[in-house]
Design a protein around this ligand. Structure first.
Ligand code: SF4
Length: 734
């Protein structure tokens, strides 16, 4: 049985508007006529008791209760206060309560907002866009529009942003999509829900919803996604293997139940559009538990995932994202075993969003050419970073286990997507996920990631975390040290634990570059090298001085490298000085460079330029096949004693481009040696015969970069020394 986690309470069954697209009053189901206007105190008490009973029997850690209608604010201040208090009291000490109200906004005033403040109720308001769009349907019974009044009430709500859940907009293709989008964005909502008008195959909508939503999506992307849009975010999430955030899409089992004003349990409210009595279960809060409701065939039918869909949907290429659309939209002549009546629109929209998703990860061929030639542009590295963000999400989704941490993360992703994205930017999150998938790391670290996301989002939470040697690391933020247990509390953007002290991750800054000095993360991947333990303040200050100096060196002598480093370097990880001189960059930790303490700024500049080449090429290899993966031969690199796989030779040659450039104009002997080594490695790669066409083009770009250097004059002595050293190396290692 899938327990319910979302409860819609119809606290008032009438409305002060007479919207002609409303599914409650204007569609097939007319049951509202038979119900009491207001939910009685007795019904409220029984509803609260049933929810609490369900929470206890399924050990739920969080539930959402939505006060709904009709228009819920018509219930009055005192009744809503009583409802909130009854639910709060019933759930006290059992689970977190996410209490919301969905309103047309017309009655919102300071009294209500004070009440919502006191009870922690978040407010969602229906707004269909600009005045023309909104007043097309949302009118009073006497024909007056409601747009102006809603905007006035929204201005009051915006003054209390912590109560503002977002806007609900019903799509009508007669409205200008861009005007609607702009009007919604102007209200600065944290989230927008676009709802398709309720329709069935027996009562179909007009065409064009797909194109309408595509126009909005394109504008939203062009604007830099100023707010969350549940529909688009869900398509992106499900396309990457993540969860859907809406009942309207995806294959996840429905976990929502409605309680009507008379205490009757009903299925999803929008079923009212199908036929009279469609949502009814025949059960009510006075005589039945929610477990009994969960076994109702209509509820079970919406929990069967892909098996519950029509054959057409089961074979559909976008079924993971679409899931057959909203259940009521599938209704046709007594059956729900059909694709959505919006099938063509959903297919078009999802295909478009997925195409756009791919394009954001695609480098243009010009950008790939810039990278092949050495340094690459900031835009090219930003495109690589966007690809990595997707890979990290995918890795996290695969590595996650269901439970409180995952639920907290998906909740934060819904409400504060930028906060989760910021945490996932930390390179070693993917390193943990890769180890978890390989079976060398446990699942508990998901709690640390969730705690970091909660801190970043300013969300209140209590979460179990992974503790190592008494420390719980929150990726990208810092560690709680001296932990005696595993429970972390997050409140007001801070993490705390019994008896623990906060050790923040330090930052290094220089010339607009801001990177983490990572000396805490237990999953920092540094290949064979041991990472340095937590640095003292004095040592950290030396790193800051060296880093600032190194960035100055790069800016002065190799300015073309700096924009890409600025766009992609996020983390500098000190290695244990016992390793002597060593540095590394791990493929699954894009953006991170690890190095032993450099003796001076010049050395660190060289190491950064060298290792950032590996970072960039790793990002390219994560997106493109540059060589045949079946290539098993080993190749000698002119700078190493041991033969290397083709990828190793490619990585070394690419890093040598930057190293050669570094010595150019600095040390004629080092330059002469490196340019010849790089050229030789490039020819070996091109002659291997196992580069893909794209790989051959990439390496040809490397060849074009090194070719002019071969013609640059160097003192004869330096050239002779370089040749002698190379001949000696060849004599020793072939
Ligand atoms: S796009 Fe159409 S066929 Fe595909 S899953 Fe959705 S409703 Fe079914």
């Amino acid at each position: 049985m899938v327990p319910f986690r979302q409860f819609v309470l119809k606290v008032h069954s009438r409305c002060d508007l007479a919207c002609d697209h409303c599914y409650v009053y204007e569609h097939a189901d007319q049951s509202w006529r038979r119900r009491p206007k207001v939910m009685s105190r007795e019904t409220v008490a029984w509803s609260a008791l049933r929810i609490a009973e369900h929470v206890k029997s399924h050990a739920l850690d969080q539930v959402t209760v939505v006060l709904h209608g009709g228009e819920p604010l018509l219930a009055g201040h005192d009744r809503l206060q009583a409802v909130a208090e009854a639910i709060e009291a019933a759930l006290a000490g059992t689970c977190r309560l996410d209490l919301r109200v969905h309103t047309n906004g017309l009655l919102l005033d300071d009294d209500y907002l004070d009440l919502f403040e006191e009870k922690g109720v978040k407010v969602g308001v229906s707004l269909d866009g600009d005045r023309a769009a909104h007043d097309r349907h949302r009118r009073y019974a006497d024909g007056r529009g409601s747009h102006d009044r809603v905007l006035g009430r929204l201005a009051m709500l915006r003054r209390r942003p912590h109560l503002y859940a977002g806007l609900l907009c019903t799509v009508d293709v007669a409205n200008d999509p861009i005007a609607v989008y702009e009007a919604l964005a102007e209200q600065a909502p944290p989230r927008v829900d676009f709802l398709l008008r309720h329709a069935t195959w027996d009562d179909p909508p007009g065409s064009g919803a797909g194109d309408w939503l595509i126009a909005v999506f394109d504008r939203w992307v062009a604007d830099g996604r100023p707010m969350a849009v549940r529909l688009f975010d869900s398509i992106e999430s499900t396309s990457r293997g993540g969860p859907s955030m809406t009942e309207a899409l995806g294959l996840e089992p429905s976990d929502l139940v409605v309680i009507e004003t008379d205490g009757a349990y009903e299925q999803v409210d929008s079923l009212k559009a199908a036929y009279d009595g469609a949502p009814e279960t025949g059960l009510d809060v006075f005589g039945h538990t929610l477990d009994e409701v969960a076994l109702h065939p209509g509820i079970v039918a919406r929990q069967r995932g892909i098996d519950g869909l029509a054959q057409t949907c089961q074979r559909c290429p976008v079924v993971e994202s679409c899931g057959g659309g909203l259940y009521p939209h599938r209704y046709k002549e007594g059956s729900f075993a059909n694709p959505s009546v919006y099938c063509a629109d959903l297919l078009k929209l999802i295909t478009h969003v997925r195409g756009r998703l791919r394009r954001t990860h695609e480098l243009t061929s010009a950008q790939l050419g810039e990278l092949a030639a050495g340094h690459g542009s900031a835009e090219a590295v930003a495109a690589l970073a966007a690809g990595q963000a997707s890979l990290r999400r995918l890795a996290l989704t695969k590595a996650a286990v269901p439970g409180p941490a995952w639920r907290l993360l998906t909740g934060i992703d819904e409400e504060h997507p930028a906060a989760l994205a910021a945490v996932l930017d930390h390179p070693y999150v993917r390193a943990w996920a890769v180890r978890r998938l390989a079976g060398t790391a446990g699942p508990a670290y998901l709690g640390n990631i969730a705690a970091a996301a909660a801190v970043t989002a300013g969300v209140t939470a209590e979460i179990e975390v992974e503790v190592r040697a008494g420390a719980a690391y929150l990726p990208g933020l810092g560690a709680l040290t001296g932990m005696s247990g595993t429970l972390v509390r997050v409140d007001g953007g801070r993490a705390e634990a019994e008896g623990a002290t906060w050790a923040p991750l330090r930052r290094l800054t220089a010339e607009g570059i801001d990177v983490a000095l990572e000396d805490l993360d237990p999953y920092r991947d540094c290949h064979q090298w041991r990472p340095a333990p937590r640095l003292t303040g004095e040592r950290a200050a030396v790193w800051q001085e060296r880093f600032a100096g190194a960035v100055q060196v790069i800016e002065r002598d190799h300015p073309a490298y700096l924009p890409a480093i600025r766009a992609g370097l996020t983390t500098l990880t000190p290695l244990d000085p016992a390793a002597g001189t060593a540095s590394s960059a791990a493929r699954q930790a894009f953006g991170a460079v690890a190095t032993t303490p450099p003796p001076d700024a010049e050395t660190l500049a060289l190491l950064l330029m060298h290792e950032f080449q590996h970072v960039k090429l790793g990002g390219v290899l994560d997106l493109f096949d540059l060589f045949d993966e079946r290539e098993a031969r080993l190749f000698y690199a002119p700078w190493r004693e041991d033969p290397r796989p083709l990828e190793g030779l490619l990585q070394g040659a690419y890093a040598h481009l930057a190293v050669t450039d570094f010595w150019r104009g600095r040390d004629p002997f080092a330059f002469a040696r490196r340019r010849a080594d790089t050229a030789m490695a490039v020819e070996t790669l091109l002659g291997a015969g196992t580069l893909t066409p794209l790989g051959a083009a990439f390496v040809a770009g490397m060849r074009a970069a090194v070719a002019p250097w071969l013609d640059e004059p160097v003192p004869e002595e330096a050239e002779r020394g370089a040749q002698a050293e190379r001949a000696a190396h060849r004599g020793r290692f072939g």
